[in-house]
Design a protein around this ligand. Structure first.
Ligand code: GLY
Length: 369
């Protein structure tokens, strides 16, 4: 028996829908509905493309035989989210002769989604993009909300644009073959929604942890839909992150600093991936909140325990100097006038943006690790 797809609507000036369910990548009507012209560029990576790209291409052509479909495949991993890959995607659009009604499909995880979205944002000053996320992390976070970017040596996501997708189509069947480490990384971002604004969901994540870690379809679809509802509510009100959208970055300033300090390695190495770095970052943010007298230390303990129960890391990896991490945090996009602006909390479900955070207190938390 297959469950019927769930749909989460994202409102605002450029509304779109998030479709969640098993087998959606094989639904030609759904996949082709957002395409306005003839040109389609499929962007993917060399792990995902061999698994799903031919099926997506065939599904699109069966629904719309007149389409001219090109492809651009990058090596899997954060190390590919570069200006060079961006040029490659732009060249692929140029070779295709893509006109302003072209549509870029991002078939992959967050790296592919961010890169393809940025290329779509820039080609002819913006063409359509459809996100086909293939990781849990991309389904619950990066494919929704229109943030697109590439990394440079000085930091993650420092070059990019806001460019909402025309549609997000999350085929949950692909999660069945997701490596367990990737599943846990996505669950870190799911836990984040509970931590910032939904104590009941946080509690549900505690009780459903075995089902979620086992990849249970129903539990995962529920977790994805709830996460997307939270993200949709926030980005609808604040698409350009002028206010509350920043709350979605709980743990991210610390996490990005860890990712930048360890370098953007190939997948499979010992570096923390994004979701893992965010897990450590959330614990550091909770500790800092307690140190600043904003929250009870017991809440840090509850978060720490839940992340551990999900097999996620909670400590800064060995060998990363606190001063180096602080230097990377100074380059975070949330900072204003050179002062640290961080997402902290008053306890589970009560995150808030705190301007002008004392660097000495941050350094102390980083030293404790
Ligand atoms: N990942 C945080 C956001 O989309 O705003």
């Amino acid at each position: 028996m297959t469950a019927s797809p769930r749909i989460v609507a994202v409102g605002g000036e450029l509304p779109y829908r998030i479709h969640i369910g098993p087998g959606l990548q094989g639904d030609g009507q759904l996949l082709s509905a957002p395409i306005r012209g003839r040109h389609v560029l499929l962007v993917s990576d060399d792990t995902i493309a061999p698994l799903y790209l031919a099926q997506v291409r065939q599904t699109l052509l069966a629904a719309r035989p007149e389409l001219v479909i090109g492809q651009y495949i990058i090596p899997a991993g954060e190390a590919s989210k570069t200006l060079d890959s961006f040029s490659g995607a732009i060249n692929a659009l140029a070779s295709l002769g893509a006109t302003r009604d072209a549509c870029v499909f991002a078939l992959g995880g967050g790296v592919v989604g961010d890169l393809a979205g940025f290329a779509a944002a820039c080609w002819m000053r913006g063409v359509d993009c459809v996100q086909l996320p293939t990781t849990l992390l991309a389904m619950v976070d990066s494919s929704v909300g229109g943030k697109t970017a590439v990394d440079i040596a000085q930091g993650k996501n420092l070059v990019g644009a806001f460019h909402p997708p025309r549609a997000v189509i999350a085929d949950t069947a692909v999660l069945r073959s997701l490596p367990p480490r990737e599943l846990r990384a996505g669950l870190s971002e799911v836990i984040k929604y509970g931590a910032i604004r939904d104590p009941a969901f946080f509690q549900w994540l505690h009780s459903e942890r075995e089902a979620l870690l086992a990849g249970d379809d129903t539990a995962l679809a529920q977790a994805i839909a709830r996460s997307c509802e939270h993200k949709a509510q926030i980005v609808e009100r604040d698409p350009l992150e002028k206010g509350e959208r920043a709350l979605l970055n709980l743990g991210h300033t610390f996490g990005h600093a860890i990712e930048t300090a360890q370098g953007y390695g190939a997948p499979g190495n010992d570096n923390l991936n994004h979701g893992e770095a965010v897990a450590v970052g959330m614990v550091l943010a909770a500790r800092l909140s307690a140190a600043l007298g904003m929250a009870d230390a017991a809440d840090t303990g509850t978060l720490h325990a839940l992340l551990l129960a999900y097999g996620l890391p909670v400590d800064i990896p060995a060998g990363l100097a606190p001063e180096t991490l602080l230097a990377h945090m100074r380059l975070d996009k949330k900072n204003i006038a050179g002062r640290l602006r961080l997402v902290l909390w008053r306890g589970i479900g009560k995150a808030e943006v705190v301007p002008d955070v004392d660097e000495a207190a941050v350094l102390e938390v980083l030293q404790q690790g």
